[in-house]
Design a protein around this ligand. Structure first.
Ligand code: CMC
Length: 427
C-alpha cells in the first residue's frame, strides 16, 4: 500500500505522508498543506479530522469496540473496579495490589477540601444547576492550588492526579448537598472511592447511611464505562484548554462545561426528562417517534445516535444488562421503563433510525439506572463527569507530555471585504 496520499489542487499535485495507528487506522498528515498549497481543509465538527496521536483509548465505531489501553471495556467492566481502571487509564498499566493500595491512600491525602470553598458554593442559589456549580467549583480549586503542575516531574504529576481525583469527587457531591439544602459532607477515608460517593451524597448528620452493595457495584461499573472515550467534545475541550498550558483544574472546569450540553453528557438528564414528558402526555411513544422523524420539528430522541458508533454503543449493551439486573435486584417497577422499552423497540425497527444508524447510546440506559438508584435527575451529568475524570486527566497529561502545540484551528472568512469606516451621521 502506498504510504502517501496525493492531493490535486488546481492542476498541481501535492504528496502527503500517511500516519498509521496500531489498529491500522490511517490519517493523511496534511500539516504542510497550507505552506505548500495555500489551502486549508474544512471539516465542521471535526468529523474526519484527527488532532493527536493517543495511546489511551481505541474506539471502532463500525464494529462497536471500545478499549482502554488495549483492554476491552467488557472485560474491564466485568473484572475491574473504577479506581484500578482510573489508574490504568491515567498511567497506562493495570496497578499491582500495592500500587492500587498506594493510589487509594494517596488520593485519601487530598480528600479534605479547603473550608473557604464552602463560602464559594454558598454564593450560588440553591436552584443552580449542579453542572454549572461543578464547573465553577473546579475552576475555584485553582485559587487554592495556584501552582501549575510540572508534567515532566513524575512525582508532581502523580500528586496532581491524586489531588484531582480526591477533591473533584467531594465538590461534585457538594453540588447536590447545596441544592438539597443539606450540610456539606466530608469524605470518609475509611471507605472506598465509589462508596464515598454515596456517603458524601446521602449521609446526613442525623444518622448513618449504609450503602447497598448492589448500588455500589452498579455505580462502579457505570463509572468504568464512562472513564474515557477518546476525542469527544469535553475531552477535546480539556486538551484544547490545556494546550495553552492552562492548569489541570482550569482545563477540567472547561471540560465539565462542555460535558453539560444535552448533545453530550447532558443527554442522560435529557433522556429522563423526555421519558417523563412522554409519560405526562399519555405515554404515546409513537407520537414522539414521529416528532423525532419530522424535519420541521427540532425534537430529537434523546439517548439515540452517536457521532462515532454507527452499529451499536458497546457501553449501552453493558449498561442495559446491568440496568436489568439492578432493577430486578432492587425490585424497581417504574412505568417510565415501559415507555423507554417501547421507544427502544420501535426505533430499532423504524427505517428512519435504522437507515441513519441511530441506536440507543450509553445515556439512554444510564439515566434509567441512576433514577432507580435514587440519584436526582439533575445530578446525572455530574455522575458522568465523575466517571470521565480519569480520562480528562490522562488526556491532559498525554497532551502535555507529547508537547502538543497550542490548539488553533483556521477558518474560511465569509464576511465583508475591506470597506471604509462610515461616519455616524452618514449611517
Ligand atoms: N433523533 C432523531 N434524529 C436524529 C438523532 C436523534 N437522536 N440523532 C441524529 N439524528 C438524525 C439527524 O437529524 C440527521 O438526519 P438527516 O441526515 O436526515 O439530516 C442524521 O440523523 C445525522 O445526524 P447528525 O446530527 O448529523 O449526527 P452527529 O454525528 O452530528 O450527531 C449526536 C450525533 C449524538 C449529537 C446526535 O445523534 C444526537 O443529537 N443525539 C441525541 C443526543 C444524545 O443522545 N447524545 C448523547 C451521545 S452519547 C454520550 C456521549 O458520549 O456524549
Amino acid at each position: 500500500m502506498s504510504k502517501t496520499a496525493i492531493v490535486e489542487l488546481e492542476g498541481k499535485k501535492y504528496e502527503f505522508p500517511l500516519i498509521e495507528g496500531s489498529e491500522n487506522e490511517i490519517a493523511i498528515d496534511i500539516s504542510k498543506l497550507r505552506d505548500l498549497s495555500g489551502a486549508i481543509t474544512m471539516d465542521p465538527g471535526y468529523k474526519n479530522s484527527g488532532v493527536c496521536k493517543s495511546d489511551i483509548t481505541f474506539l471502532d465505531g463500525e464494529e462497536g469496540i471500545l478499549r482502554y489501553r488495549g483492554y476491552s471495556i467488557e472485560e474491564l467492566a466485568d473484572k475491574g473496579n473504577f479506581l484500578e481502571v482510573s489508574y490504568l487509564v491515567i498511567f497506562g498499566e493495570l496497578p499491582t495490589k500495592e500500587q492500587l493500595a498506594k493510589f487509594q491512600n494517596d488520593i485519601n491525602k487530598y480528600t479534605l477540601v479547603n473550608e473557604e470553598m464552602k463560602d464559594i458554593i454558598d454564593g450560588f442559589p440553591r436552584t443552580a444547576h449542579p453542572m454549572g456549580v461543578l464547573s465553577c467549583m473546579t475552576g475555584a480549586l485553582t485559587a487554592f492550588n495556584p501552582k501549575v503542575v510540572n508534567v515532566e516531574n513524575e512525582k508532581e504529576m502523580y500528586d496532581a492526579v491524586c489531588k484531582t481525583m480526591g477533591k473533584f469527587m467531594v465538590i461534585a457531591t457538594w453540588t447536590y448537598r447545596k441544592s438539597a439544602g443539606f450540610p456539606l459532607n466530608y469524605y470518609d477515608n475509611t471507605k472506598g472511592y465509589v462508596e464515598n460517593f454515596l456517603h458524601l451524597m446521602f449521609e446526613l448528620p442525623t444518622g448513618p447511611y449504609s450503602a447497598n452493595p448492589v448500588v455500589v457495584d452498579a455505580l462502579d461499573k457505570l463509572f468504568i464505562l464512562h472513564a474515557d472515550h477518546e476525542q469527544n467534545c469535553s475531552t477535546s475541550t480539556v486538551r484544547m484548554v490545556g494546550s495553552s498550558h492552562a492548569g489541570l483544574f482550569a482545563s477540567i472546569s472547561a471540560g465539565v462545561s462542555a460535558l453539560w450540553g444535552p448533545l453530550h453528557g447532558g443527554a442522560n438528564q435529557a433522556v429522563l426528562e423526555m421519558l417523563e414528558a412522554i409519560q405526562k402526555d399519555g405515554g404515546d411513544a409513537d407520537k414522539y417517534l414521529a416528532k423525532a422523524k419530522d424535519k420541521d420539528d427540532p425534537f430529537r430522541l434523546m439517548g439515540f445516535g452517536h457521532r462515532v458508533y454507527k452499529n451499536f454503543d458497546p457501553r449501552a449493551r453493558i449498561i442495559k444488562k446491568a440496568a436489568d439486573e439492578v432493577l430486578r435486584e432492587l425490585g424497581v417497577d417504574d412505568p417510565i421503563l415501559q415507555i423507554a422499552k417501547k421507544l427502544e423497540e420501535a426505533a430499532l425497527v423504524d427505517d428512519y433510525f435504522v437507515s441513519r444508524k441511530l441506536y440507543p447510546n450509553v445515556d439512554f440506559y444510564s439515566g434509567i439506572i441512576y433514577r432507580a438508584l435514587g440519584i436526582p435527575t439533575d445530578m446525572f451529568t455530574v455522575l458522568f463527569a465523575i466517571g470521565r475524570l480519569p480520562g480528562w486527566i490522562a488526556q491532559w497529561k498525554e497532551m502535555r507530555i507529547n508537547k502538543e502545540p497550542i490548539g488553533r484551528p483556521r477558518q474560511i472568512y465569509t464576511g465583508h471585504p475591506l470597506r471604509s469606516f462610515v461616519e455616524m451621521e452618514k449611517r
